[in-house]
Design a protein around this ligand. Structure first.
Ligand code: AMP
Ligand code: ZN
Length: 141
């Protein structure tokens, strides 16, 4: 594997290069899974591309293509097919991103009081408003 897509000053790039310790679960040529150092619940882990990018949309398709299959493998190995969990990916500090290298969280939800707590401030939207949103997105695809 080449490390051309990593940078020096990034904690997750350093984990990929093995420069700082981590509890690595599994890896492919383009992705890596390891335990979160401050777990929200037991088994909380991270799956990251071996490509430095702050935001999801900056990661090339071939790196993204390795992430979900690896996340699924880890979820199965963690026994989450028999349980409940959240798969989470934050983009930007306002959206709760702290480490500026793309990462997907796998967070077991063993009980209501444990694991991820999500606010869900849903609003009503008219058909016109939904159509306007749909058009705005489709025009740029
Ligand atoms: P986020 O808020 O989505 O940026 O989450 C960053 C996550 O990275 C947090 O859950 C941290 O506990 C985790 N984290 C930070 N440094 C490390 C590290 N050295 N090894 C493992 N996980 C880490
Ligand atoms: Zn990085």
């Amino acid at each position: 594997m080449t490390n051309n897509n990593l940078i020096d000053d990034c904690i997750f790039c350093k984990i990929i290069r093995g420069e700082i310790p981590s509890h690595k679960i599994a890896e492919t040529d383009k992705a890596c899974a390891f335990l979160d150092i401050n777990p929200i619940s037991e088994g909380h882990c991270l799956v990251i591309p071996k490509y430095h990018g702050e935001f999801f949309h900056q990661i090339p398709d071939d790196y993204l293509a390795d992430i979900l299959p690896l996340a699924r493998k880890v979820a199965l190995a963690s026994g989450l097919d028999e349980a409940q969990y959240n798969l989470l990916q934050n983009n930007g500090p306002m959206a709760h991103q702290v480490v500026p290298h793309v990462h997907f969280h796998i967070i077991p939800k063993p009980r209501k009081e444990e694991g991820l707590i999500v606010g869900w401030p849903m609003k009503e939207a008219s058909q016109d408003k939904l159509k306007g949103t749909l058009n705005r997105i489709k025009e740029k695809l």
